[in-house]
Design a protein around this ligand. Structure first.
Ligand SMILES: NC(=O)c1ccc[n+]([C@@H]2O[C@H](COP(=O)([O-])OP(=O)(O)OC[C@H]3O[C@@H](n4cnc5c(N)ncnc54)[C@H](O)[C@@H]3O)[C@@H](O)[C@H]2O)c1
Length: 442
């Protein structure tokens, strides 16, 4: 097979600024985790970019470098952090309150470093996150003014931190459900809506707009609409900036996108899938509001429909009862418990059940995803990939795609897509898994 030359990728020279919207459980677990890893106090487990390898060429060639040695990624030592949050706690206080990492083992030794990260005033409006109140806020007459202040924050961070590149990852609370309206259609209508304080423009969109105007890639870790609107997609394409989302794929949905493809591969039928969660962190509290939950529910529900293709397999998947619940239960903190009851059926329609009880840790699963997204979005920018980065669907519950394309949810197809994109970027052969050449010698 002819191999393409690969892309010219600018080297990862200088420091990479990682600006996080939200300095809560996920962000602080990510930042504190990176610092612990940098000091040799832990391993970046769960991070494909740091721990993963990639097979190149034929199986007989035995070439499997680490991904971080194969593609030119920013080094962890070169990451510099900043964040916005309406709650004024510095990263140390926020991490202690989040209660994810063990204080004496992973926070006290890096206390000074964490205390140095103080949140910038946020573009925040309680209308979009009902269960939160904040005091560390930007003031402005219009949403446009707030967006301009966010742009100024990015410019000052570039200068003060001496970073050569910046990426932004949304790790803030889930906003209320919003559907696309004409205000989201073009840059002109979007900018006008910002000036008129149109409720269709959520704070997350102001961050995304500011990022794109400052040539900064933007990844959305929550299910909010945010950068998934035509106005911002066009802006990203025009300015050649990578964007992507939505909603980190961590616990229950990760399992769903592993199990559902297995049922489909074996042509086993599905009658119903009941998923419920108990969660006691601030994210759980925010999601206890029906309007924020609606945004999350849409993101979690889409997965099965796309994987199982009921139109193509009506006898197997034409009548699936799918239910997702998230219950706020403070005693568990960040340690979520997600239960799944799955009713499947086999040969001649005989029913069977599968139960999954995942005692997970939400932010422990999300932190490595934030790291990989920051590094891969920076790589994408240096490789001149722009607009929606579908190859990073691997990390999202509800991946953005080009208009007219359905999203790919199967975790292993997503992984193949990601690795093949890395091979393509570096001018290596795609791996098709055909392998006939091992058996049929010319
Ligand atoms: N942890 C996971 O497994 C997981 C998976 C998928 C998605 N998520 C999403 O990631 C996000 C973060 O989760 P978390 O557990 O860290 O929540 P968290 O509540 O601990 O932190 C979110 C922070 O965002 C801040 N915030 C809210 N609106 C803001 C705004 N407009 N500007 C700046 N900051 C703002 C809040 O004050 C809060 O400190 C949530 O939306 C969650 O749904 C998490």
């Amino acid at each position: 097979m002819a191999v393409e030359a690969g892309r010219d990728i600018a080297p990862a020279k200088g420091k990479l600024g990682v600006m996080l919207v939200g300095l809560g459980a996920v962000s602080t677990t990510f930042i504190a985790g990176v610092e612990n890893v940098r000091r040799g106090r832990g391993l970046p487990i769960g991070s494909l970019s740091q721990m993963g390898t990639i097979r190149l060429g034929k199986r007989t060639e035995k070439r499997s470098p680490k991904i971080k040695e194969f593609v030119p990624l920013a080094d962890l030592q070169d990451l510099v952090f900043a964040a916005w949050d309406p709650i004024p706690d510095d990263a140390y206080t926020a991490a202690v309150k989040a209660g994810v990492l063990e204080r004496h083992e992973h926070l006290e030794p890096i206390k000074d470093f964490l205390q140095g990260i103080k949140p910038l005033p946020a573009a925040f409006d309680q209308y979009y996150v009902k269960r939160l109140q904040g005091t560390n806020l930007k003031r402005g007459k219009t949403k446009r003014e707030l967006a301009e202040q966010l742009r100024e924050d990015i410019r000052s961070f570039r200068k003060s931190a001496g970073v050569s590149r910046v990426v932004i990852v949304w790790c803030a609370s889930t906003e209320v459900f919003i559907t696309p309206v004409p205000a989201h259609q073009s840059l002109a209508t979007f900018e006008k809506a910002m000036e008129q304080n149109d409720p269709a423009i959520a704070p997350s969109m102001l961050y995304a707009y500011a990022a794109l105007m400052e040539s900064v890639p933007f990844a959305n870790g929550a299910p909010n609409l945010t950068v998934d609107v035509p106005a911002l997609q066009h802006l990203a394409e025009e300015r050649k900036i990578p964007i992507g989302g939505k909603d980190f794929k961590t616990g229950q949905t990760m399992m769903k996108t592993v199990l559902a493809p297995a049922f489909k591969a074996r042509m086993l039928g599905l009658a119903g899938w009941y998923s419920t969660n108990i969660l006691g962190n601030r994210d759980g509290e925010v999601l206890d509001d029906p309007e924020s939950f609606k945004t999350k529910e849409e993101s979690k529900l889409g997965v099965l429909e796309y994987i199982l293709q009921p139109d193509q397999y009506p006898e197997l998947y034409g009548n699936v009862f799918h239910k997702v619940r998230i219950n706020y239960y403070p005693p568990r903190g960040d340690n979520k418990e997600g239960w799944d009851n799955i009713d499947i059926f086999g040969w001649l329609g005989y029913p069977m059940q599968i139960k999954v009880d995942f005692l997970c840790r939400d932010s422990i699963l999300a932190a490595p995803i934030v790291l990989d997204l920051a590094l891969f979005f920076d790589l994408a920018q240096r490789a001149r990939l722009s607009g929606i980065q579908e190859w990073l669907s691997f990390y999202f519950k509800s991946p953005q795609t080009a208009p007219g394309l359905y999203p790919e949810h199967d975790l292993f197809i997503q992984q193949t897509k990601l690795k093949n994109t890395l091979r393509w970027l570096m001018g290596e052969e795609q791996i098709t898994h055909l392998g006939i050449e091992y058996y049929e010698k010319a």
